[in-house]
Every structure is written in structure tokens, then in C-alpha cells.
Design a protein around this ligand. Sequence first.
Ligand code: MG
Length: 389
Amino acid sequence: MQSLLVLGSTGSIGTQTLELVGESPGELRVSGLAARSSSEKLLEQCRRFHPRWVALEDEAAAERIAPQLPVGTHLHRGPRALEAIAAECEYDIAVHGVVGAAGLPASVRVLERGKTLALANKESLVMAGALLMPLAQRHGARIVPVDSEHSAIFQCLRGERIERVRRVILTASGGPFRKATAAELERATPEAALKHPNWSMGPRISIGSATLMNKALEVIELQHLFGLERERIEVVIHPQSIVHSLVEFVDGSVIAQMGPPDMRLPIHYALHHPDRASAPRTGFDLELFRRLEFEAPDHARFPALELGYRCVDLGQDSGAVLNAADEVAVEAFLKRRIGFTDIARINAAVLERRAGRCASVADLVEADASARRDAREEIESRSAAKEAS
Ligand code: MG
């Protein structure tokens, strides 16, 4: 029986993880649940899964649920609650489904304890991959990717040697604006950008799929996870989201991992790795698999993609800076303070202002904070210019 800590238990990855736990009684047990502010949903999950450790970042919400938790439950609260539960809870696998830079400190704690990190919080690797990969190795910890593309590549590479890889081809759906003209992109609304054709996901990643910024972050994630250099990382648009990614080997063989677009597949794989446990999911489906299309990404309409490669070249704090800028810019777009195409422009501008230091996680947290300030400045000056015109 494997015990789980679910970080971000009330979000999209967290709720799907718990659904899988419900499907495998006797195999998986929940020992810890952590959320940022959704107290009612968290309480409901506690009643069903009986974790001994619970964490809630929002202090007021934690105050409210504290009397309703069974006696003996350890409740962590406040801004460092996620990190604290990752450091103290007893678990074999931490499923990390928190969105954004806020997830980094908890990843560090999981790896320091030599546990398995089932990682959906790609920001941890985007920001600090150069520090986290050696940290995992030092402590005998394992990082199993939950991001669907990286899970695909991870599966394709089983039993293979990384030096025998000619290139890795990361697939992207192209998002809701795949066929939009440059003029239509300028006018794109948050409602239209949030409508992802294949996947149902949180707002940040949905907007990232529309700008291709999510793919830019995944390029950085890929670089760290598998130790690949820029020349061996490619992105291809695949609108059906059936082929989750491909690996081409030195002999010209191409191996792909496929399946319907369903995040429960990569989560299930990570929970049972290195075993491949059975699950009641659809595999090959003739209707669904009938047409698989691939096209080259359009860098002119989607300039965000190039920023991921730029970070692979720059290294150091660039991933942390790009991610922070994007978190701030996406929020401003959702509040209609900037236009859709401003997101990539702001991210590029902030990336050019980076300091470059990256000796420790603390340096990256500082880079994240200063990039957020830079992004807010860029947004102010753009919205001021917009009002003046
Ligand atoms: Mg992905």
C-alpha cells in the first residue's frame, strides 16, 4: 500500500488523483491533503479520505475548518503550510498539482526527504530544474512527470539511453486560436482564450495553451527532466491531442505514446510507476484515432514559444523570470487590463531585464519576486499608453 500526499488537492490534478485513489482501494491511501483556500472542498475530501495531515494556506479558512477535523489531525496553516506538510507528513509519493511558482518550496522538501515526486507543478522545474535534478539525485528521490507530454516521453524512454535520442518532439494542441489571424489574436477575449478544444484545465494553463506559453515552459521542463539540449527539443502542433509526444532515436525509429486526452492517464502512471497497473480507461478508439494531424508551429503568430528556447540558452534564473512574468501577465489579461498579444510582449520584455543569478532556491525566489515587479511596471506603462491613445 502506497501512501499519498496530495498538494493542491482541490484543484484539477488533485481531484482527479483522489478519483483514482477511490478506484484503487487497498492500493493507495491518502495520508495528507493540502490546498490553498478551498476549505469546504478540502473538508469534504477529509471526510472521505481521512488524512492524518492537512494543510491550508488561507489562515481564516483554516480557522473555520479546524474544529471540524477529527481529533489528532495535524493541521498546517498559513503561507508556508504546503512546505510544512511536505516536510512532516508520512508519505511515499507526493502528487504535486499546485499551479505556479508557489509550488517550488514544497517540491524542495519532498526531494530532500528522498520521496517520489509525481510532478504536475511544472513551474518547479521551469524555475529551478538546475537545482532540483541534482537535489533529487543526492537524496535518492525520484521525479515522475505528470505533465502529459513529459509522461509520454518518460514512457517512451523506458529502457533507452538518452544519448541514443536524436530528438524529442513535444506535441501542442495549438489551443483555441490555432487558426486565428494576427488581427484576431489582437482582439482575443479571456472567454475565447479559456475555451480549450481538448483539455479541461485551470485558467493559467488554459491561457498558456492559447499563447503557447505553456509549451514554452514545457520546453524548459523537458530540458531539465531529461538533460536535453536545445538542438534535441522540437515542438509540433497536433490538434487532436492523442499523440502526447514522440521520441526519435539515432536509428530513425520514432516511438510515440498515445491515448485520449485525459489527465487521469499520466496521473495513474505516476502513482503506480514503475509498475503499470490496470485502470478502466479507454485506450485505442477508432473514431478518436481516425485522424492524427501534425503541423509546424507558427512562431510569428505565437512568439511566446521562442521564449522557452531563449531560456534554454540563457539558463540561470531565466526560467523563474519567464514564469513569474507570465503569471502576472495572464492575471492582467484575465482582468482585461492588457490584450492577449501583450502577454508574450510583456514576458519577452521582462526576460530581457533579468539579473542572471542562480546559486540557490532563495536566489530564484528573489528572481521571481523582482520579475513580478518588472511585469507590473510593464503592464502599467502599457495600460497607460492604451488610455492615452
Ligand atoms: Mg502539458
